[in-house]
Design a protein around this ligand. Structure first.
Ligand SMILES: CC(C)(COP(=O)(O)OP(=O)(O)OC[C@H]1O[C@@H](n2cnc3c(N)ncnc32)[C@H](O)[C@@H]1OP(=O)(O)O)[C@@H](O)C(=O)NCCC(=O)NCCS
Length: 176
């Protein structure tokens, strides 16, 4: 684990509303790196399969896992349970691709995805990357747009669903 942080659900939202008291009753999220081959890593593979493949009638294949050894694996924990995961695959010295972004069904819409993406951006900056890229499922494009990602290129199909290429230039001066 290179570094981790603790983050409370809806923290920024509640603080913006001046509602810090409400925040104290909410569960803390922790995003951190997990090691390839560890039990936590295996749990993220299962989560990726359940969230990103099973609803499409598919299963993760060895080809889907081929880049795992060359990637950083990040997981979001809530009360000890893994509620989300993603991986970061270096494409060059400056560009890193965000892949396999998955939040457990019963934890979606509660800030887990935002916490993981924001953590990933800081993580990427610390590792010398300045550009985050990803293939976004069309239904998730508004989620990434809220976090500052911009679509480019043509719509394309991948694992049977429409996707868009998206990217974000990372800057520590702007918080990510
Ligand atoms: C898409 C996904 C990663 C988002 O994670 P999440 O934890 O549900 O999202 P969050 O609660 O962190 O949402 C962050 C913000 O994005 C918004 N948002 C999330 N999903 C959205 C969507 N599909 N459309 C529009 N806005 C969305 C939220 O309202 C929230 O806005 P706010 O912070 O301004 O209130 C998650 O829902 C998921 O795993 N979905 C299924 C798998 C998938 O599609 N993965 C992405 C593959 S590219």
């Amino acid at each position: 684990m290179l570094y981790s942080f603790n983050w409370r659900r809806s923290e920024s939202r509640n603080m913006a509303r001046g509602n810090v008291e409400q925040d104290r009753s909410e569960a803390a999220l922790e995003v951190r790196q997990v090691e390839l081959g560890s039990p936590e890593y295996r749990a993220t593979v299962e989560l990726r399969n359940q969230i990103l493949r099973v609803p499409l009638g598919l299963e993760l294949t060895p080809a889907d896992l081929a880049s795992d050894p060359s990637s950083y694996h990040l997981a979001c924990f809530c009360k000890g349970d893994i509620v989300g995961c993603l991986l970061l695959f270096p494409r060059s010295d400056t560009e890193v691709a965000m892949r396999g972004v998955a939040v457990a069904s019963n934890s979606q819409g509660q800030g887990v995805g935002r916490a993981m993406v924001e953590y990933s951006e800081q993580f990427a900056l610390r590792h010398g990357f300045s550009l985050m890229t990803l293939d976004a499922r069309e239904m998730a494009v508004p989620f990434y747009e809220r976090l500052g990602y911009v679509k480019y290129g043509e719509r394309f199909e991948k694992v049977t669903v429409p996707h868009w290429k998206m990217s974000k230039r990372l800057s520590s001066e702007h918080g990510a």
